[in-house]
Ligand binder design. Sequence first.
Ligand SMILES: [Zn+2]
Length: 249
Amino acid sequence: MASRPVVTRVADGAYLVAGTAVNWVVLTDGDAVTLIDAGYPGDAGAVEAVLEGIGYRIGQVEAVLVTHAHIDHVGGLSGLLGRARFPVYLSEREVHHARGEYRQSAGPADVLGRLWRPGFPGWALSILRAGALRHVTLPDARPFPGPGPLDLPGRPVPVPTPGHTSGHSAYHLPDLGAVVSGDALVTGHPTSPAAGPQLLMPFFSHDNALAAASLDALTALDADLLLPGHGPLHRGPVREAVARARERA
Ligand SMILES: [Zn+2]
């Protein structure tokens, strides 16, 4: 069972959706859709319901872009790929993670050891219900078809931001002046006492030094709207959001 999704229309043809303690993004252009990330396995129905709510069907998804292959970002694809055919793109490095060739995620032991902390019990229960312990692999995941802007609704530009996972990718949306930052930069998390731009707690990430260094890639982007993998959207220059996250780290 997943949380009821909360949809925020951030611009013409761009929506940030808050699912079960994780976000995904819907970009539309005419009758076609780009989906960026897809929530937990239990969020699959919500992904489809949100599309229907804004006037689209799952069959109109031209491609799904993935920031990284953690269960809270790819889980929903297990259900959605049985309902329609669309390519799933990630960075070349992350494709191997998505295909299940290796694992780079916090496990149940990491969470169990922290259940005494504020925010953890409720969060753990909600993600368990949404299928957090399932292992979803995407054997047909493929690398981006080429460098630069992708020829998809929203014209997203992949931005390599390794660290949280080795092949993590953010997406710059130059036309909107926005960045879909995935877990390279978030604005909150049920397990974090802080609100506003921040890095995730270290145990969530594979290489924290690299994750901190990857913030440089976001600083360089011309954008004043941050659409993170966790937490609410954040308006203001993304380079200032990065500076705030760095002050906290
Ligand atoms: Zn995440």
